[in-house]
Design a protein around this ligand. Structure first.
Ligand code: GLU
Length: 548
């Protein structure tokens, strides 16, 4: 068969470059020894999930701790799945978690010398290499219809044989020159398949950087490399792109492990050295006592948007993922609580070999700890970000007053580093926690343990003498004064010595005032709260809190 003629007929494009020119156009990168070039290669479906972040974090850490490059390639070969704005959304979502690309699609960087970074824009490169494989007798056109392929599959299932297009089942592998040209003349659509040279009797031992040594069987499947619309499959694009973008380490999901033999053969026939691979394990969760994969349909926490929407502190999500990515991270973090996680020596070899268990409770704990470490100003900025996107109109209006909220946060989160409040995991909890500092969101549940007359007399008594200029002890002296005037013991010791003689103690009086001002029987220091609220607002609250 005249293979050159066949290649020219199947791929007649006259603007393909000679293959060597691609090697020159995309030379090996000049990077320090040991530098790793990694990439994230999502489809632009608009759904970016925790598994993407998990891989991306590993990619990013490895590239940046070795002096390498982390880039973004968009695998948009499936037009149907494409969603407008998906690329920006990937970049934005990852940036929120401090994962930043050095190069790639929509990244404005002088490093962008290995593009285009959208596979659809790389059609010529794939076609040039497919044409060469045809000319070398290593690829061929296949005219099988869906129907033909279904029949093959049915026969294989019935005979309990490996499914696929291979060996004797690869009908078009042996078409004669005449048959091919008559099919073409009849205008039959065709795909281009690899003419596999492999034999499943041969084993290949391979070292995966995560899974360790694995043995796979040589490929014998004549996989599709160019689809009927001339667009490559994942397999073919992967080999060409990761070669010419000079990726040194491919980190991807373990679902690709079964295709590895195909990739090994493709790299071989294309004459490219193979990159290293690390196949990540799937993220699992416990569900009714069983471990199962996180699912897009059942688990909202699989989507990265979930963490932004729920207001998780991004550093906490990253640190939590670091604990499942590298088993020694937690210990390092215990020893270096004040260090940034980027100081940790991340290693791919320490990544889990099988099912990583994702546990929201643990994420909540880490988030609480992280939020207890930051300043009121940082907490404000974090909450402000959440409020701007997900808060109510009232929240947004409140957050215009930075100074007021920072004062509140200093009080409610605590300023003593040993006694910081540690029960806030998410921005929304923080926002709701301070609702009572604003009149429009103050929703008191007045519940007093004393009769209305006593309550009103305490409230009025204190409202009359309250002076915001009082310091804590002057303030408390006034509470005692009101206690004594209303039949409560001004000193705890007096009350304990003779409880029958009083209605209650000074702490009961403080509780009445606390309920009146905050609507709750538990709150941070009331004197400070009143100072923040200001005299007028306190007076209004006292008036409204009286028992009718
Ligand atoms: N587009 C593929 C995916 O999203 C990329 C896999 C890879 O990283 O090679 O699964």
């Amino acid at each position: 068969m005249d293979l050159l003629k066949l290649a020219q007929t199947l791929i007649p494009d006259d603007d393909l470059l000679p293959l060597e020119s691609y090697e020159k156009m995309y030379p090996p990168r000049e990077l320090p020894k040991g530098a790793e070039v990694t990439r994230l290669a999502p489809s632009p479906t608009g759904f970016i999930h925790l598994g993407n972040l998990y891989s991306a974090l590993a990619d990013e850490r490895i590239a940046h701790t070795t002096g390498g490059i982390f880039y973004l390639r968009i695998e948009d070969t499936d037009e149907k799945r494409k969603v407008e704005g998906a690329v920006e959304s990937v970049i934005r979502s990852l940036k929120y978690f401090n994962v930043n690309f050095d190069e790639g699609a929509e990244i404005n960087s002088p490093l962008n010398k290995y593009g285009p970074y959208y596979q659809r824009q790389r059609a010529k490169i794939y076609r040039a290499f497919a044409k060469d494989l045809i000319a070398r007798g290593l690829a061929y056109p296949c005219f099988c219809t869906e129907d033909d392929l279904n029949k093959v599959r049915e026969e294989q299932t019935a005979r309990k044989l490996t499914p696929g297009y291979y060996g004797a089942f690869a009908k078009c592998r042996n078409l004669s020159e005449e048959e091919i040209y008559s099919n073409l003349a009849a205008g039959k659509p065709f795909v281009i398949r690899l003419k596999s040279q492999g034999d499943i009797a041969n084993k290949i031992t391979f070292r995966d950087r995560i899974k360790g040594e694995i043995t796979v069987t040589e490929n014998d499947q004549d996989v599709v490399i160019l689809k009927s619309d001339g667009i490559p499959t994942y397999h073919f694009a992967h080999a060409i792109d990761d070669h010419f973008m000079r990726t040194t380490l491919v980190i991807r999901g373990e679902e690709w492990l079964s295709s590895l033999p195909v990739h090994i053969e493709l790299f071989k026939v294309l004459g490219f050295p193979m990159p290293a691979y690390g196949h990540t394990c799937s993220l699992m969760k416990m569900d009714g006592g069983n471990k199962r994969k996180l699912s897009k349909r059942k688990d909202p926490e699989l989507s990265l948007d979930y963490y932004r929407g729920e207001g998780y502190y991004p550093v906490a999500v990253v640190k939590y993922l670091m604990t499942i990515l590298n088993s020694n991270f937690e210990e390092w973090e215990r020893k270096n609580p004040a260090e940034d996680y980027t100081k940790f020596k991340f290693t791919i070899e320490k990544m889990g070999k099988s099912g990583a268990l994702f546990d929201l409770d643990k994420l909540n704990d880490i988030s609480k700890t992280e939020l207890s470490k930051i300043s009121a100003e940082e907490m404000f900025d974090f909450m402000y970000g959440w409020v701007s996107e997900f808060g109510t109109d009232a929240d947004r209006a409140h957050f215009e007053n930075r100074e007021y909220i920072v004062r509140i946060l200093n009080l409610v989160m605590g300023t003593n580093s040993k006694k910081r409040r540690k029960d806030i995991a998410r921005a929304e909890q923080g926002v709701r926690m301070i609702d009572y500092f604003f009149d429009d969101t103050f929703a008191p549940q007045y519940s007093y343990r004393f009769d209305g007359q006593t309550v009103n007399s305490v409230i009025e008594g204190f409202a009359d003498i309250y002076d915001p200029a009082d310091d804590n002890s002057a303030w408390f002296a006034k509470v005692k004064e009101v206690a004594a005037a209303n039949g409560f013991a001004a000193e705890m010791s007096e009350y304990k010595a003779n409880p029958q003689a009083y209605k209650g103690s000074v702490s009961d009086v403080a509780e009445i005032l606390r309920v009146a001002i905050t609507g709750m029987s538990n709150s941070p220091d009331l004197c400070t709260i009143m100072g923040i609220l200001g005299k007028e607002r306190c007076a209004r609250r006292f008036a409204a809190a009286k028992v009718k």
